[in-house]
Every structure is written in C-alpha cells, then in structure tokens.
Design a protein around this ligand. Structure first.
Ligand SMILES: Nc1ncnc2c1ncn2[C@@H]1O[C@H](COP(=O)(O)OP(=O)(O)OP(=O)(O)O)[C@@H](O)[C@H]1O
Ligand SMILES: [Mg+2]
Length: 262
C-alpha cells in the first residue's frame, strides 16, 4: 500500500499547500482524487513521487510510506525503482524524439524487460505501434497522452499516478483513456487518478477522495460519492441527474478561464 499520512507541504517556505492530508492507495485498486483548481492534488502527487524539491517545496509534517516504510526522503528515481510512477499533467513527451525512443527513455529503470514492456504498451495503444517511428511532436493531444502513459508503463509500475490524463480531450478519447486505465489496473497496477472529470473517475474507481484548499474533505467509496446528490452538486460540480459529459465541459470551461486570468 502507498500512503500519505498527515502530510503538510509548503512551497517557497511560505505557501501552505497541503494541510495534513492522508490517503491510501491499496495495491491493485483505482483511487480517484478530485477537487477544484488549487486544492492541492498535483502537490500531493509530487509529494508521493519525490518531486517537491524541483518545485521549491518541502514536507514539513507527516510522511509518505510504501508498505509502511517511509519513502519521502528518497530521490525520485529511487521511488520509481520501488514501483511508484507518475504521469505529470500536460502530456510530457519528448517532442523531437520518435515514439519508440520516447518509450525507451521510459525504461531507464528497467532495461532488462524493455522488449516485453514495449510490446505490452503497443498492445494497449495499437495506434502507437503503427506510428512507432514517427516524431512524437506530430501526434495529436490524445496520442501524446497515450505515449506519456505508455512511457510510464515501461517501468512496470506497481502504482501509476495520473494527473488529469483526460484534460482537454474529446469524449471519444476520454473513453479510450478510461478503458486503458481499466486494462492497466486489471493487469495488477494500482492507480491514483486525479481528474476534473469526476463522473468518469468515480465510474472506474473503488474509492474517492475530494480535496479543498489543502485538505481532504471527503473520503468515501466511489459509488457513494456518485450517488449522493449533495456531494455531486457541492463538491463535484455535477448537478443532480446531469449528464457527465456536459459537466466536464463546464469544468473545462471554468478551468480555461482560470488559466487565462492567471
Ligand atoms: N510551484 C509552486 N510554487 C508555489 N506555489 C505553488 C506551486 N505549485 C502549486 N502551488 C500552490 O499550491 C496550491 C495547490 O496547488 P496544486 O497545483 O497542487 O493544486 P491542484 O489541485 O493540482 O490544482 P489544479 O486543478 O489547478 O491542477 C495552490 O495554492 C497553488 O497556488
Ligand atoms: Mg493540478
């Protein structure tokens, strides 16, 4: 089990971004992490994968544990070797490299199984196999997201942590990514899924957490989060009976506004 316990994180010595967050990602489960802009979701993912330093942030209280052993003092690469792998927000791929070379870079911690894992990734994303020698920069947004997930899978992670993998994708691609997450999970990988698309995330998760201003404000089985109209309305921005796709667009719209005004 991968866990955060009473985690407090501060940026630049002043911005308190996490105020005592505890979550559990059990082996082989899908856990949804929801919450509005600035709630602290990405910060939590950085804390789980040792990437706080890069952003001038540090853990000031609490800990991150893997099978009850603290891991937050480890370098990011060591954490990857322990089986915890993240896909950062925004489809980060090497745009000037081919698809296949991108996948190779994903295997730096596990070269011995490169060929097998590459076949697995191509089975998950046949479109990447077809275009294996093409430059990644020419792929569509959805294909780049597939490649980013594929790169992460090259280290056969025990836990895959995804930061808003469907953001800005057309509904059909959202479905593709959803199916792939399910398939990855079926093969045994535990998943932490950060999403603005609450309906999608909760439809495949066993458990969900909702964050607000650096705290977990709700922590319930996914079916209960989805079924409760008050929760849907107040915390997830979904109105009772509303179709998830429409609300996703609304959330995205809100998000764009935020980005532009930032
Ligand atoms: N590099 C940084 N330096 C300083 N403060 C930061 C930095 N990154 C995030 N923060 C602050 O930490 C808080 C949590 O931000 P975070 O990005 O973790 O939220 P989020 O839930 O991922 O939001 P979003 O939905 O917009 O991705 C916010 O107040 C944000 O302004
Ligand atoms: Mg974020």
């Amino acid at each position: 089990m991968l866990s955060a316990r009473n985690l407090e994180v501060v940026y630049d010595d002043v911005v308190l971004a996490l105020r005592g967050v505890s979550i559990d990602i059990p082996d082989g489960e899908i856990i949804a992490l929801l919450g509005s802009n600035g709630a602290g979701k990405t910060t939590l993912l950085r804390a789980l994968t040792g990437l706080l330093d890069v952003h001038d942030a540090e853990i000031t209280k609490g800990r991150v544990t893997l099978d009850e052993q603290p891991i937050h003092h480890l370098a990011p690469e060591r954490i990857v070797r322990r089986g915890v792998r993240q896909v950062l927000e925004g489809r980060r791929v090497f745009v000037e490299m081919s698809i296949e070379d991108n996948l190779r870079t994903g295997a730096h911690t596990l070269r011995s199984e490169m060929a097998t894992n590459m076949e697995r990734v191509y089975d998950l994303f046949p479109v990447l196999r077809e275009r294996r020698s093409r430059t990644a920069g020419y792929l569509s947004g959805g294909e780049q997201q597939m490649l980013a997930i594929g790169r992460a899978m090259m280290s056969s992670p025990r836990y895959l942590l995804l930061d808003e993998p469907t953001l800005g994708l057309a509904p059909k691609l959202v479905e593709t990514i959803r199916d792939v997450i399910l398939e990855i999970n079926k093969a045994g990988t535990g998943v932490l899924l950060i999403e603005q698309n609450a309906t999608m995330a909760l439809s495949i998760a066993s458990h969900g957490y909702v964050m607000e201003t650096g705290r977990v404000v709700l922590d319930k089985p996914a079916t209960r989060l989805l079924a409760d109209d008050d929760i849907r309305e107040f915390y997830l921005g979904l109105h009772p009976g509303e179709d998830g796709r429409k609300s996703f667009r609304e959330v995205k719209h809100y998000r764009r506004k935020k980005r532009w005004s930032a």
